[in-house]
Design a protein around this ligand. Sequence first.
Ligand code: MTE
Ligand code: MO
Length: 384
Amino acid sequence: DPYSSDPERHPALVINSLKPFNAEPPPEILSDSYITPSALFFKRNHLPVPQVDLASYRLHVEGLPGGKLTLSLEELKTRFPKHTITATLQCAGNRRSEMNKVKQVKGLNWGIAAISNAKWSGARLRDVLQAAGYGPDVAQSARHVQFEGLDKDVTGTTYGASIPLNKAVSEEGDVLLAYEMNGEDIPPDHGFPVRVVVPGVVGARNVKWLGKIIVSAEESSSHWQQNDYKGFSPGTDWDTVDFKSAPAIQELPIQSAITSPADGAMIDRSEETITVKGYAWSGGGREVVRVDVSVDGGKTWNVARLSSGDKGQTPEPSPPPGRAWAWKLWEVSAPLPAEAQEMEIICKAVDNSYNIQPDTIPPIWNLRGVLSNAWHRVKVKVRE
Ligand code: MTE
Ligand code: MO
């Protein structure tokens, strides 16, 4: 069993698949902390977790004029300045289960918690590429930076993905070769000893257990870059889909969801007000500027209070424009609508490009169930 050496996991995680291991935290726990504890951070593995021996671990950098650069973990830590960012990671399939309810899609049936927020530290990819000979002349021919994981399928094929070169080398891109998550060594499930953190970009490009970096004119040829993680029309089905016709997902669209109350919860009329909580995040470093919440199915709206920290603690300083990599948690209290026996609670977020979420799922439905970011709705019952 190639999965027999997989690490132990937190018992509170909601499991989507055991082998490979895919799990998300319960929504109420997710919004309990601005920084998601690593043990509760969602886990998305396509393959068994590789066992990496630090003594022989080497990161290889190829495709640059300086020739091949090979770094041990120690060299990565000591030769390059350590940089820390707080960044939210979201799987392209987050909220897929809602798409599944409209019409069956293919993929893991994620709820609303295939998203988490952590503090990541490591070397900047930009610094490592420069040490390997990256310069303006390279940008004439190269367009992409490919990453290969050390996790392999039965045929020996590794997980792989790529990002555009400009994101990788931009000073404002903040792409990290991270060796710490929340102040500790990256846990086995999240890519020990080194993972790429590409803030603002879909989870799939944040390659874990990083073994190789290749600067190239081409995107990664991996299955996950070429034949997966792409968006299609609601009218495209498995007979007509042409994966070559769509670009690989990179920056993600605006997203938000309600973590509390849970769908189907019961509340007492005597409470008079209801408190609604959730998260909001946008890709590409765009900052969430507002979250609107309705407790009457969209007739009236309340503006939620946004936060970048935990209650009673100093919030994180606001990010420079275009570098809002971390989510916001939000909360709002609203009066219970008079006489309603059932309430539909809705949230929708706005980012600083004034991007908004679509109100319903059918117009964004796609056969792979990715990019599911419609207004999030939960129904609660009111007890007299
Ligand atoms: N990297 C490797 N090597 N293997 C993988 O299976 N999964 C990707 C990405 N990086 C994956 C990987 C996907 S699809 C996502 S959403 C994120 O890792 C999940 O990161 P996490 O498990 O740390 O939450
Ligand atoms: Mo993912």
